[in-house]
Each structure stands twice: as structure tokens, then as C-alpha cells.
Design a binder for this molecule. Sequence first.
Ligand SMILES: [Zn+2]
Length: 281
Amino acid sequence: MVNATIIIFVFLFAVSIGSFLNVVILRVPERQSLVTPPSHCPRCNYRLRWFDNIPLLSYIMLGGKCRKCREPISVQYPLIELMTGVLGLACYMHFGLTPAMVVFFVFCAILLAVTFIDIPYQIIPNGISIPGTIFGVAASFFVPQMNWQDSLIGAVAGFLIIFLTAYGYWFLTKREGIGMGDAKLLALLGAFLGWQAIPFILIASSFQGLLFFFVGLAFGLVKKAPPLPDPDEGPLPEKTENQEISVRHAAIPFGPFLALSGLEFLFFGRLILDVMTGWGG
Ligand SMILES: [Zn+2]
């Protein structure tokens, strides 16, 4: 089944999709066009030639710097290309050359884009999550590994669980805890993975988010939350350049942890369900 030529082809195809994801991550949250202007250096506006734009290779050949002004290029670009390549291979290993491989590679690509937009911007664009969810439900009618009832229930339940939690939290505290972006992301995860994935995703993402927070706290990467301002004292202070990060203010984006747990379920779902039902019985 697994063939060396196909492995190379899948990897090269996936890293070039990674290259496209870099453009999505850079431009979608800024509401810029994906096609114009062509890729350029943000400092000197040098327009990238095709040989400056080869996934992974160009970054290495340029030594991580702009060809013209030597401005360092973010390591995030080759990193996302590499991660997309690895996820492409993982989908091939898991599903073989099947429609499921294509559908779940799209799923992985969506999760990568969402993660790297949510980290700096703390938003999950509707332009990605809503069409992504519709695609997931639509695909479930054609992909044998999916089931449309599971997918539809997954999308609705995923949205409602976070929406109702957020509404309840807001109702009790008049503060926004978790965002609607996260509700739409869990809908997307439910659409692709089925409702059976949702308990694991909620538990695993919360656990991993907290673990990240406490490890970050121990290594001084995240700072402890300042006391919450009294809601009666007026509006919250404006965000500043080096705003303190805290779980209490939900300033650590939750989206990346939802996405990570979704990937864990995609590749280890059968094992996870076995363990979870084992606990139950
Ligand atoms: Zn430059």
C-alpha cells in the first residue's frame, strides 16, 4: 500500500499547500486578498521570484533572510510548510490514497491555519470555520469512513456545548469567557470527526491548555493574571503592546488546544475511544 514514490509526491504536494496556508495565515485576519499583491518582503517590498518561493528550500537557501534587504524571514513560514507536509504524510499513512485522505488533509490544513491565526490575533475567522464545517458535513455523505448523522450531530452539538457554556458564563458573570470562534471551531471538529469525538476533545483541550499554562508559568513564559478589574468601575482597559497573558482573561487562545485535540482524535481516535469506553465499563 505505502509506496516511496507516492510518499515523496504527497509530501511535496502537502508542503506547497503549506506555502498557501502561510498566505492565508498572513492575510485572512487582515482581510487582505489572497492573490494580490504578490508575495513581497514586508520591509523592502522586494517582490518574491518563483525561486524565492519554493517551500522549505528557499528559506534554507536564503539563510532565512530577504534576498534584497537581508531582513530575517520568520521561521514560522518553513515551520508551517513542514508541519503541513508531515500532516499530509500522516493522512496518507492513515487512510491510503482514498477520498478520506483528501478530506482529512483539508481538515488538517484548516486546523493549522486556524491555530496560527488564533495565536497572535485571538480570532477564528468565520470565513474559515463556517465553510469548513459545511465541507465536513457535506463530505460525510461521500466518505465511507464518515457517517452523516454523526457528522451533523457533531457539528450542532459542538457549537451548542460551547455556545451555551459561554452564554451561561456571561449570564452569571457579565464577562466574556470563551469566544464564539471556539464554538464554531468545535462545530467544525464535530462535523469532521463525528459527535463521538467531542467528549475527548473537550477534556483533552482543557487539560492540555491548563498544562501549557502551568508549564508556561513555571518557566516565566506566561505571567500570572492581574486582579480582575471591577466591572462597575467602567470599561476594561485597552489592550497594550505587552499585555499580560492569563487564562482567567481567556487571553491564551483556546482554539489551538481544540485543534490539537482534534488531530489527536483523528489519528488515535480508535485507541482513545477504546480507552474511554474501557473506563466507563
Ligand atoms: Zn526585504
